[in-house]
Design a protein around this ligand. Sequence first.
Ligand code: NAD
Ligand code: WQD
Length: 332
Amino acid sequence: MKILVTGGTGYIGSHTCVELLQKGYEVVVFDNLYNSKRDVVDKIEKITGKKITFYKADMLDKESMRPVFAEHTFDAVIHFAGLKAVGESVEKPLLYYKNNIAGTLNLCEMMNEYGCKKIIFSSSATVYGSPETVPITEDFPLSTTNPYGSTKLMLEGILSDLCVPDKEWSVVLLRYFNPIGAHESGLLGESPNGIPNNLMPYIMQVAVGKLPELGVFGNDYDTPDGTGVRDYIHVVDLAKGHVNAVEKATSANGVNIYNLGTGNGYSVLDIVKVFEAANGVTIPYSIKPRRAGDIATCYANPKKAKDELGWEAKYDLQRMCEDSWRFAKMNQ
Ligand code: NAD
Ligand code: WQD
């Protein structure tokens, strides 16, 4: 089977390419390299010993995607390409709506034109807004608090609507919780430009000495130690979930929605402690005010993915911290 991976040189996409290749899929990637580098392709090939076909293409330039579709017949598309920084989306809403929404519309038009109607979409736990209870199941009410989240919720709706008039469409919406960690080789991982917004990339920069200390955003939440609780999931576990989702998308029609999380909640201070113990380093931190828009607690009920996709996360927090640290040291 041949799979198109949009955004395949990015953080989650690159790990997913590895898992697909190791399972025997043929992989074609396109990316505009806005937030990733071309040498990721070489790293994926080094890890797997297999080749992928890479195109530099931009979803906003529809014709740049045409060779990708004209030169291959795809069994399914895994759609990672998009912009993902919550704070930036508040500052630049048009950029986010244009890239994520208009880009995906162009992609879907190409898929229709070339007769590939199976898509696995990177959604996010952000579509649950501020959940009233945890763990979160897929039928919880949906809402968003920022333009990034709104693009995810709108795209969930747009992709679902495609399935109404045309029964050949199959859409799998994967709602990721908090992906962290890196490939065990140390070759693939997440290295954001500038000062990181997310917790683990920030901790990694403190650990390698690029930043002096971690600011912990609030210790007065209604959680066991007062700091925010999240469902951190190893990016390799997340990547494996996409392989199961491909099997679903190519064997079912209509819309299927799954949480991809571990079902465990860890606080910011839990992460600091486990990172320090796993890696023998100290992470200096100080308590800062709450970050606007943050919620106290967010973790998944991942049972539906286990029951219907036969997938569950395997790696524990210690392993996530070890792999993050190895990547940080090898890519300073
Ligand atoms: P990433 O930025 O590492 O990867 C996204 C890739 O898409 C990048 O390589 C970027 O260059 C590419 N891209 C962006 N706009 C494009 C365009 N117009 N045309 C072609 N390529 C384009 O991000 P990631 O962490 O790997 O996330 C992948 C997907 O998962 C995104 O859609 C993101 O919103 C979603 N997601 C991520 C997280 C997370 O915490 N990392 C959580 C939930 C959902
Ligand atoms: C985790 C916890 C912070 C940084 C975001 C997006 C979400 C999804 C995943 C894409 C929180 C605390 C953080 C720091 C801190 N992405 N923190 N100091 O906010 O749960 O989710 O990424 O879909 O949509 O919103 O992740 O890693 O930013 O924060 O104390 O320097 O760490 O307050 O409790 P978040 P995060």
